[in-house]
Design a protein around this ligand. Sequence first.
Ligand SMILES: Nc1ncnc2c1ncn2[C@@H]1O[C@H](COP(=O)(O)OP(=O)(O)O)[C@@H](O)[C@H]1O
Ligand SMILES: [Mg+2]
Length: 276
Amino acid sequence: MELKNLDVFKLEDEVWIANRAIGIPAYDFKFENLFACRRPYELPKGEQLICRIGAPDDYSAVYSEFLDIGFQLINNVQEHDRASQLHEWYPLIKQYTPKSMWYEEIPNVKEVEEEFDYPVFIKGTRQTAKHDKSLCVAHNRQECEEILKRYKSNPILHWQKLVCREFVPLQPVEAPQTYKVSPSFEFRSFWYRQELVGVGHYWSEFVEYDWSPEQKVEALNVARKVVESIKVPFVAIDLALTQDNRWIVIECNDAQESGYAGVSPIQLWKNIIQCN
Ligand SMILES: Nc1ncnc2c1ncn2[C@@H]1O[C@H](COP(=O)(O)OP(=O)(O)O)[C@@H](O)[C@H]1O
Ligand SMILES: [Mg+2]
């Protein structure tokens, strides 16, 4: 049973939300402090709902549980998969994102080297292991072997299909170095029914940075093309500026599962209410 301890309410009488805090400050948001949240005695039938309950292991199970209580999640199961699995979104937008290959079985080093030069970026079709760079950037054969070996036993990675991506040097931003991937000039954008509803700097937990109006226009033009191609009702698109000054897509995600990063949640939800 995935839907325990949920708070289901209608935000400003416009948008149904199911909320459950997951204990991550960049994700959780207390709606009732700032918005009118109506909790009806009787639930409606067949209305759309956005869930903010983290990333469920089994989205299709969650989708059917919501159907049972009268709601359709904003993204259906196909749309969810298209937004959150690289092997689903990549073919639709490959001109905007680093070259990628995915493997049914964990490949050996030779197979990786046939397609990629070092460094190579390695992740699951859905995510990295908490941005741990020793598990996602291989600078040479030895590191690649080590990552492929560790991949099999890592609890976040082993159940995902493995993906290799061309490593594209990104514009760095100044931040303290940790075991995580070094922060670059990256932004997260949220799109609701093809409208931009929020955008902010991605590494907001570590460092402040901002873009110029021209950079913003250029980056959002790329994101808009991607949104039009993947056609997912509520989607987050992450963008980065490369060292040779191009905007690329780092990844797409079902926005129900995305942390706010540098996006103001108040403004985001106000915009969504307005789009409705
Ligand atoms: N192909 C790549 N080349 C260079 N850096 C990358 C590449 N892909 C991702 N990164 C860097 O690694 C970070 C984490 O990668 P990402 O694919 O977003 O993983 P996750 O899904 O876990 O967030 C990105 O924010 C970016 O800084
Ligand atoms: Mg990411």
